[in-house]
Design a protein around this ligand. Structure first.
Ligand SMILES: [Ca+2]
Ligand SMILES: [Ca+2]
Ligand SMILES: [Ca+2]
Ligand SMILES: [Ca+2]
Length: 348
């Protein structure tokens, strides 16, 4: 494992360049539809302000548009390590632990799997966290997803929901950020840049706090049927007409921040550490902790397979997991949807 990893490190010899610049993607205002159905209260300066909402999300569509699995760190938490899935130089994180000692495991930010849905008005995401049987469980972290519109690896939009507490849709604590100057990912998107780029991450707040040009843009709730699942919905107006993109899920605490993207460009591997005891040079996690993410799903197009951050292709029906092109058994993750079981390969 160590030798394999070192080969990856040696392959990361890239020319360092300054961050690129790009153009903003304007987000059109949503057309007013329907009647005012709900209000929410935000704290603007010292006076709470009632926000009128014209559109709220409903229930998820029945058919998912994408499913992704992720490693379950609870199985090795007592050993103060993750089982796999933590590949810092490739922007893959599996570290729902505290820094340095790794003696606190956070099931509420350990992604087990996630599902993407969409309809004519909304994009929906459900992120399932770890159920350890603890009745005191709450979604006390941050949950979100990153959208890469041009599928080149650099994230373009980031939706984050902090501590969803109600099974009713709410805009409270939900933010939408854009990388307007196109510097997320640096020179080598999803891969650690050789020289840390001077990037400002997702620097433009499109929604949240007092920025409410469209007060209905993004929502979150606790799943009405599973207290261990965070649900997020954003208007598809956010995509400005784009229908093909990559989407990856995130969960975390303080290190899941709009300004820390890509986090594997802003810290070195030595600073960030790793949750994998098999990599003693970098183990344990240090300055980058309490963080989990998934690989990226292709939405609206057939991926070539080499898109940065892309999930391995799912196992085909009847395909043996260990045949060439199959999935090692330890990476197979299965979900139950009604009476149907869907298995995906969560190999990083
Ligand atoms: Ca992960
Ligand atoms: Ca996980
Ligand atoms: Ca990079
Ligand atoms: Ca930026």
């Amino acid at each position: 494992m160590k030798a394999k990893f070192n080969l990856f490190v040696l392959s990361l010899i890239f020319t360092a360049l300054a961050c690129g610049t790009g153009t903003a993607t304007p987000v059109p205002p949503a057309a007013p539809t329907e009647i005012v159905v709900v209000t929410s209260t935000i704290q603007a300066s010292s006076e709470p302000t009632k926000i009128a909402h014209a559109m709220i999300p409903g229930e998820f569509p029945s058919e998912p548009g994408g499913i992704v699995g992720d490693q379950d760190s609870s199985i090795t938490a007592e050993e103060k390590r993750a089982p796999s899935g933590d590949r810092f130089t490739f922007s893959r994180f599996e570290r729902p632990f505290n820094a340095e000692t790794m003696d606190v495991y956070y099931p509420s930010i350990d992604i087990q799997g996630a599902t993407f849905y969409q309809d004519d008005l909304w994009l929906y995401v459900e992120i399932v966290l770890k159920d350890t049987g603890d009745e005191a469980f709450s979604l006390d972290g941050k949950y979100g997803f990153e959208i890469d519109l041009d599928t080149a690896g650099g994230g373009d939009l980031l939706v984050l929901a902090s501590q969803p507490a109600s099974t009713e849709w709410s805009t409270s604590g939900v933010e939408v950020w854009e990388d307007t100057n196109d510097d997320v990912g640096g020179v080598t998107p999803t891969i650690t840049d050789k020289t840390p780029p001077a990037c400002d991450g997702f620097e433009t707040l499109l929604f949240g706090g007092n920025t409410l040009d469209d007060p209905d843009l993004a929502w979150a709730r606790v799943s009405p049927t599973d207290p261990h699942a965070a649900q997020i919905a954003v208007k598809r107006d956010l995509l400005n007409g784009d229908s093909t993109f990559l989407v990856g899920m995130w969960a975390g605490n303080g290190d899941l921040s709009h300004e820390l993207f890509d986090i594997n460009d802003l810290f070195t591997h030595e600073q960030a550490g790793t949750s994998l005891a098999e990599l003693p040079i970098f183990y344990p996690i240090k300055e980058v902790s309490e963080l989990d993410n998934t690989c990226r799903m292709a939405i609206g197009f057939q991926p070539r397979g080499n898109e940065p951050g892309l999930c391995p292709l799912p196992i085909k029906p009847g395909q043996e997991p260990d045949e060439p092109g199959g999935c090692p058994p330890e990476f197979i993750v299965c979900f139950n949807f009604g009476n149907q079981t869907v298995c995906v390969c969560a190999q990083p």
